[in-house]
Design a binder for this molecule. Structure first.
Ligand code: RB5
Length: 145
């Protein structure tokens, strides 16, 4: 798969751990930064990652900021994006199964490397269930109009 990844200074270390993990598995990574501890604004990085997803150049996106909250809020302002904040592997599976999330967000200051790898694996191994969830996702997307 092709995966777009971005983070702010609060999340770049975890983002890069996940980048290496996913690249070793053979996935293509579009790394939108940041890659240093210098302070940056997470909405800029949310947009860069989400543009790759909406534009069809990435299959999904991974965003990391300190909490995962700010960068997920920013991502969900972008038309076509359903970003799920994933504090656990169980929720990571559910954001795909129920919400058909095309971007996931993690908190770099609150998620261990091992938990983060599980979160990504659970999200990637899950499938959207459709059915009653399809109508709800359709209603979410209608809120953009
Ligand atoms: C940056 O210090 C921090 O505010 C950011 O990474 C994120 O946690 C915001 O939601």
């Amino acid at each position: 798969m092709t995966i777009a990844m971005a983070a702010d200074h609060g999340g770049y270390e975890l983002k890069n751990i996940l980048l290496d993990y996913l690249a070793e598995k053979g996935h293509a990574i579009i790394n939108l930064g940041t890659d240093t501890p210098d302070s940056v604004d997470y909405p800029d990085f949310a947009k860069a990652c989400c543009d790759e997803v909406v534009g069809g150049r990435a299959d999904f996106g991974i965003l990391v900021c300190g909490t995962g909250v700010g960068i997920s809020i920013a991502a969900n302002k972008i038309d076509g994006i359903r970003c799920g904040l994933c504090p656990s592997k169980e929720i990571a599976a559910l954001v795909k199964q129920h919400n058909n999330a095309n971007v996931i967000a993690l908190g770099g200051r609150f998620t261990s490397a091992e938990d983060a790898k599980d979160i990504v694996d659970y999200y990637m191994n899950a499938e959207f269930e459709g059915g009653r969830h399809q109508g709800r996702v359709d209603k979410i997307m209608a809120l953009e109009k």
